[in-house]
Design a binder for this molecule. Structure first.
Ligand code: HEM
Length: 510
């Protein structure tokens, strides 16, 4: 328990001891989260009811009586951090103070004229006093060295120039160095960053904090910026579904359809066909590999008839380009409509041996909107291509059996070193406390994947359900390339910049 100072906000738990017909809705149910303003002899309590909060306006301790309906409540201090709330002589609740609250919405002095609402000193954190709270200079450096390179590279669709600049500036190494320094300075973090117009962002820097973020029920994957981004082309995707029940249904549906065993044989054939279109002698560069990989993705997701529908990929890329700007740019209805129509035409064929076929055979509540899940599958396949291409650079020129285990290891190493999901975002759905400091519901939590390199497929309830399919497809791509070819990287491998990565190939000697 930190030192109690006048005027400060504290988080607290309100334990209701009995449930008389109180007439105070905020006191009707079990333990409640609360915020307390301690101000000399008079303090105030706000019960947090969802995101809005519900002020009890209870003056503490004793002396001041609060009228709420017919009920008269008083409060009395029992110990340094426990207060009893009484209705007449009956003790009806205990209020246990916990930690100093940072970033919680303060009591609104405009809406309430209670004397205790006037703080005895401004509610400002003293710089450097609170662990994790970044100074303005640190915040600026995080913006320039961590956030900016991520935005410049393109979160949803990589931009060649942005990736090139990030690679030239060694952006990921710089970001990691800064985060390591801040982790040391803030004793393990997490970092609490105030973002103008957005509120608090939490950056977890340890395995424990990342695990908590990815597993905890109080963090939703349907974060605001992600909803803004993916809303450009996949409004019904599980990843941006906020309602927990609907999310669970959509999640189960995705898991069922994406089970790799359902189309494993077909994936092998489709990959083999398309890799055979790549040269066995000369040079292979990204544009031709990328085009071949998109043919694989369209065939696996939508069926062989979609193989040459490059227009579909172009439309999706246009929407993904907008998605890089999240909700800062308006949604296009023309490209979206055209993409949707083409996609639906492919899905309606429900071709056997494709995800479209499996989708059609998988039962789902209409609310799930099964077809609405497919854009994510197509879009996410792009990352599998990037990961495979970089893994090829790790394997090029190396001797060794190109068996599944080695190829898998190369892929995982590629994803570990150069994650394709640059940041995993969550929003808090309730006030969350990080080492004694509480941030309000709706705050952003950002896992920087270049720094936390153990979660390329995320973890917890939103862990990538396509992982098995990705590993199957990408190991087959590598195996097919290497079976026929000896491969060498041209020049020094610019590995972060997959656009410029090129290989010489020649037929493998047997
Ligand atoms: C290299 C390839 C891939 C990587 C590294 C990857 C990684 C990830 C990560 C990190 C997430 C969590 C994102 C977040 O929490 O914001 C995720 C979610 C997801 N991925 Fe993948 N993914 C890949 C490919 C795929 C593919 C090919 C599919 C489908 C065919 C797929 C389907 C999904 C779905 C449906 C979700 C949302 C899960 C949920 O919200 O519960 N992914 N993926």
């Amino acid at each position: 328990m930190p030192t109690i100072t006048q005027g400060d906000l504290f988080t607290a738990t309100l334990e209701v001891l009995e449930h008389p017909p109180l007439g105070v809705p905020a006191l009707d149910a079990g333990p409640r989260e609360a915020v307390v303003r301690l101000a000399g002899q008079k303090s105030l309590v706000r019960i947090l009811d969802g995101a809005e909060g519900h002020d009890l306006d209870l003056a503490l301790p004793g002396g001041y009586r609060h009228r709420h309906g017919k009920l008269r409540l008083t409060a009395h201090r029992l110990t340094r951090d426990v207060l009893a709330i009484k209705a007449g002589e009956r003790r009806i609740a205990l209020l246990r103070l916990r930690d100093r609250a940072v970033g919680m919405p303060d009591f609104d002095p405009e809406g309430n004229h209670h004397p205790a609402l006037r703080p005895t000193r401004p509610l400002r954190m003293r710089r450097g006093r609170t662990l994790g709270r970044t100074s303005p200079w640190e915040t600026l450096r995080l913006a320039a060295e961590v956030a900016l390179p991520i935005v410049v590279q393109g979160v949803i669709l990589r931009r060649p120039l942005g990736v090139r600049l990030a690679a030239m500036a060694r952006a990921d190494q710089r970001a990691n160095r800064l985060l390591a320094r801040l982790r040391e300075r803030h004793d393990g973090g997490p970092l609490l960053v105030r973002i103008p117009l957005r509120g608090w962002a939490v950056i977890p820097l340890t395995g424990d904090d990342v695990r908590r973020t990815l597993h905890g029920a109080e963090f939703t994957p349907a974060n605001r910026e992600k909803q803004g981004a993916l809303g450009h082309f996949e409004l019904d995707a599980v990843l941006i579904t906020r309602d927990p029940e609907l999310r669970a249904q959509r999640r189960a549906f995705n898991e069922e359809v994406l089970r790799p065993d359902r189309i494993a044989e077909a994936v092998r054939t489709k990959v083999a066909d398309e890799v055979a279109t790549l040269p066995t002698r000369g040079v292979i560069s990204w544009p031709e590999f990328h085009a071949a990989h998109w043919r694989i993705a369209r065939r696996v997701v939508l069926g062989d008839s979609a193989r040459d529908d490059e227009q579909l990929t172009l439309l999706l890329d246009r929407l993904r380009g907008d998605a890089n700007w999240s909700y800062l740019v308006a949604r296009r209805t023309d490209a979206r409509g055209a993409f949707q129509r083409r996609l639906e035409a492919h899905l309606s064929r429900a071709e056997e041996d494709s995800l479209a076929g499996v989708l059609a055979q998988t039962r789902a509540d209409p609310a799930v909107h099964p077809e609405g899940q497919a854009p994510q599958w197509l879009f996410a396949y792009d990352a599998a291509g990037i990961a495979a291409w970089r893994a090829l650079a790790l394997l090029a020129g190396q001797e060794g059996p190109n068996d599944a285990e080695r190829l898998r290891a190369a892929l995982l190493e590629s994803l570990r070193r150069w994650p394709t999901t640059l940041a995993i975002l969550r929003d808090t759905t309730a006030p969350t406390t990080w080492r004694g400091v509480t941030v309000p519901a709706g705050s952003m939590v950002a896992v920087v994947t270049s720094f936390i390199d153990q979660v390329p497929f995320s973890d917890g309830p939103a862990r990538c359900p396509g992982e098995g399919l990705v590993m199957l497809t990408a190991t087959r791509v590598l195996e097919e390339i290497l079976r026929e070819r000896e491969v060498r990287v041209i020049g020094k491998p610019p590995l972060l910049d997959h656009f410029r990565l090129r290989f010489t190939v020649r037929p493998r000697e047997r």
